[in-house]
Every structure is written in structure tokens, then in C-alpha cells.
Design a protein around this ligand. Structure first.
Ligand code: HAM
Length: 434
């Protein structure tokens, strides 16, 4: 009896048949190209890590989503849900003696037990690009530039997506000014993080549930409703700490404007990021239509390396997933052209010509051409149709006449033009044969 459900794909996981893998490869190639342009070096780590690496460092949201278990040696382990703790662990062991700043990137597959929905799966690939060892705002600007270019290299532009930026130090200064007690800070950040989805009423309810005072809750709800830069500056014009905390973002904007990327930036007070370790400027990339979840998220995390036992090093970076980006490319019709299965389709007409065809195929492949042929005898007409279906540029025909005259009939499939090419030329790898 054929078995059914027991071998069904797990929910939230993907198969990559060639057409789907082609999109993934297209995305990865663009990411790698852009990272290299900015001088980043590629690294990787293990997909399985000690559970303790994530507990507390990443924050409760991600810990609830862990795929974790005890291995056969009794170790508590987890499939990596994000790359940043692994990067911190790797550098904690190796960064001493390395030239700073370190510019590294990676494209790990990550695992989170989330409720699967559009743009959210239980596995995804994520470009991570991080600069470690530089505290200046120049590094923050550099990583957001990489993120913007990593999306624009795929054919999307200023009209398609936006970088929403904020600064955790600024949010902290505002919370202090609004009178939010320090013990409420983490909870309030979580409420602000969800404000976009919760709306003003939901935000007020969330703040009330935390026990935040009436006046503070009103001030925050007002900022969530209008968190524009001008409103913030106006509202806190007499607060030295808030104005000082606005400075780094002013400098950040200047650098990105000089790079020609200012049009992508939009200040957004509700972007605080769900992960626990961020300490400074944070950002997320979104599609302008606002239909999808974040394409990318990141920011500064200056204390994480120390937390995992390394030298205290400032760090900033981002993670960009392949899922939302892939959907956006599909929606915008920015998918890669299909890659033909071969350049040349070789047709041997009778078994007697097969060994000559194999020699020709070998010579062509040695010279870098992608070559296919029938693995069993078939009619010529059928083989020509196969050549066209596979997208071959040329059909090379070896029948009894060609074998007798030492030639190959080379047909250009786009123009239909046909030439008799001496087989010697092809075997030597020169002339019209290639
Ligand atoms: P994150 O915001 O958790 O950040 O994830 C970054 C991006 O990964 C998201 O914007 C989204 O595109 C994608 N992503 C996350 N979870 C899923 C999922 N379940 N399904 C599909 N895509 C997903 C981090 O992971 C940080 N470690 C990024 C970072 C690097 N910060 C500094 N350096």
C-alpha cells in the first residue's frame, strides 16, 4: 500500500525543486555580490548550538520558538534560530589579535517554531552582514547601505521599499522623560514593537496591563500615533537628554544622504526590534505598500560579545530573510530568467554514431559547454523537439552521412541556420565548433 501522510513535508518547511532553487540562488548571488563590494568576508558556523547561547541573550520571543532537545550525550542543544549569537561565540574565541573592524557575512539556514503564514516559515535563509569592532555611526550607516543595496541588486528601488530607523538610546531617553520606571522598560519596548499591529487602543491597553502610569501611557500612545522626527523634536525641545539622543541619527542620515541613499530612510519611533541585545540605532526594511512583514532587521549590539565571554567589542549588523524578499520579487515580476538546461543538444541518429557523439560531447564539455543528448535511441524529430524544450542554443547532429564525411551538422536553433563543421575542429576545441 502506498503510504500517505507519514512522509508529508513538515509544515513551514520547503522543498526546493529546480525552478524554486533558481530563485534562491539568484537571491544568494546578489547578496554575495553586494557583500563583496563592501569588503565583507563570508563565514559559517554549525546549525546546532548549545541551548544556553540563546537563553537570555536573544530574548523571550525567540526562545519560545526554539527547536531544542537533549542530544544522545545529554547536552541541551538548539537548531540556530538566528546567526548573531553564533557570530558572537565564534568571535569571542577568535577576535583577539584580529584586525578591526571585522566585516563578515553569512547566509545560514535558520529554524524557528513559528506559526507558519505568509512571509513566515519554520525555516528560512538569512543574509547576515555585521561589522564588529567599530563604535562610530559610520559603521551603522555602512551596514544599512549594504542592506539597501542587497535588495536593490535584485531590481527593487526606492519606490518599492523603505528603511525605517530608530535608536534604542533615544527611546530610552524618551521613556525616562515620560516617567516610565526602569523596571517597565523591557515590557514597554515590547508594546512599542507591536504598536504597528496593535493600533493606538491596543497599545494603550498593553501599557495599562504593564502598570505604566496614566500620564506616561498617554505620552507614549501619542508618540506611537505620530512618531515623526519633527514631532519628537518639538515635543521634547526642552529635554537635553532626548535632543542629545537624536544626534547619532542626524549624523547617520547625513552619511547615507552623501551615499545617495537618503531617499530610503524614514524615522519611525515604533521600530525598536524584538531581540534583547540591541543597544543603539536599529532599523527594518519594509515594502512601501506595507503588505508584508519586514524584509530585514538589524542594529547595533555593543554588549553581546562580552556577554558570551569575549573581549568587549561594539558590533552592528542585520539579518535579511529570503522568504519575504522572494515573495516581493514574485509580486513585482522581478524573477530571474529561466536558465536553459544546456547550450548544445547532441543528436546521434543510429547506434553506430553513438561513440563519435560521445567524443564530441566530451570535447564540448571540456571547453565549458553544457551538453545533453538522448541516453537511448530516439527519432531525430523527437530529439529536435527535446532540444528546443530544453532551451538549447544549438543542435549538433551526427547521422550516417556526417559520420562518413567526418563532419557534424550544427544547427542554430534560433535562426535555423545549419553548417557542416569538421569533427576535428570540435575535438580540437576551435573554429566554428564552439
Ligand atoms: P530578525 O528580525 O529576527 O533579526 O530576523 C531578520 C529577518 O529574517 C526578518 O526581517 C525576516 O525577513 C527574516 N525572518 C525572521 N524569521 C523568519 C521566519 N520565521 N520566516 C521567514 N523569514 C524570517 C535577527 O535574526 C537578527 N539576528 C539580525 C541581526 C544580525 N542583527 C544584528 N545582526
Amino acid at each position: 500500500m502506498p503510504s500517505d501522510k507519514s512522509f508529508a513535508k513538515l509544515p513551514g518547511f520547503r522543498d526546493f525543486v529546480p525552478a524554486e532553487l533558481a530563485l534562491r540562488t539568484h537571491i544568494f548571488e546578489a547578496w554575495r555580490r553586494v557583500c563583496r563590494r563592501y569588503g565583507f568576508m563570508e563565514y559559517d558556523g554549525p546549525p546546532l548550538e548549545p541551548l544556553g547561547l540563546y537563553v537570555e541573550k536573544s530574548g523571550p520571543e525567540i526562545v519560545e520558538q526554539l527547536y531544542n532537545f537533549a542530544d544522545k550525550g545529554g547536552r541541551e542543544v538548539a537548531l540556530r534560530p538566528e546567526m548573531t549569537p553564533s557570530l558572537a561565540r565564534i568571535l569571542a574565541q577568535r577576535s583577539r589579535g584580529m584586525a578591526k573592524p571585522i566585516r563578515w557575512f553569512s547566509i545560514p539556514q535558520l529554524f524557528r517554531y513559528e506559526r507558519s503564514q505568509r512571509g513566515r516559515l519554520r525555516e528560512h535563509f538569512q543574509l547576515n552582514a555585521d561589522i564588529v569592532g567599530e563604535a562610530g555611526v559610520g559603521a551603522d550607516a555602512e551596514v544599512v547601505a549594504v542592506a539597501i543595496d542587497a535588495v536593490s541588486a535584485l531590481g527593487l528601488g526606492e519606490r518599492d521599499f523603505v528603511a525605517r530607523v530608530n535608536d534604542r538610546r533615544l527611546v530610552t531617553a524618551v521613556l525616562d522623560e515620560a516617567g516610565v520606571a526602569e523596571g517597565h522598560r523591557a515590557g514597554v519596548l515590547a508594546v512599542i514593537d507591536k504598536a504597528g499591529r496593535a493600533g493606538p487602543a491596543g497599545t494603550r491597553a498593553g501599557l495599562a496591563a504593564l502598570g505604566v502610569g496614566e500620564a506616561a501611557a498617554r505620552a507614549l500612545a501619542e508618540l506611537v500615533a505620530d512618531g515623526s522626527w519633527d514631532h519628537l523634536r518639538d515635543r521634547f525641545r526642552s529635554s537635553g537628554p532626548v535632543l542629545a539622543a537624536m544626534q547619532p541619527l542626524e549624523e547617520y542620515r547625513e552619511i547615507l544622504e552623501a551615499m545617495g541613499l537618503g531617499g530610503y530612510l524614514s524615522f519611525d519611533f515604533t521600530v525598536v526590534r524584538g531581540l534583547a541585545y540591541y543597544t543603539g540605532i536599529v532599523f527594518e526594511l519594509f515594502d512601501r505598500a506595507g503588505e508584508m512583514r519586514a524584509i530585514c532587521g538589524g542594529g547595533r549590539y555593543d554588549r553581546l560579545l562580552e556577554l558570551v565571554g569575549g573581549e568587549p567589542l561594539p558590533a552592528v549588523g542585520f539579518g535579511m530573510g529570503d522568504v519575504v524578499l522572494g515573495e516581493l520579487l514574485r509580486d513585482r515580476g522581478a524573477l530571474p530568467d529561466a536558465v536553459p538546461a544546456c547550450d548544445d543538444y547532441l543528436i546521434w541518429v543510429e547506434p553506430a554514431q553513438r561513440s563519435q557523439a560521445m567524443k564530441v560531447a566530451r570535447a564540448l564539455r571540456r571547453h565549458g559547454r553544457a551538453v545533453l543528448y538522448g541516453l537511448a535511441p530516439r527519432g531525430v524529430g523527437k530529439q529536435l523537439r527535446t532540444a528546443a524544450r530544453l532551451g538549447a542554443a544549438r543542435a549538433l547532429i551526427i547521422g550516417p552521412d556526417e559520420a562518413a564525411s567526418g563532419t557534424v551538422t550544427v544547427r542554430d536553433l534560433a535562426s535555423g541556420r545549419q553548417d557542416a563543421v569538421p569533427v576535428e575542429l570540435i575535438l580540437r576545441g576551435d573554429g566554428a565548433g564552439l
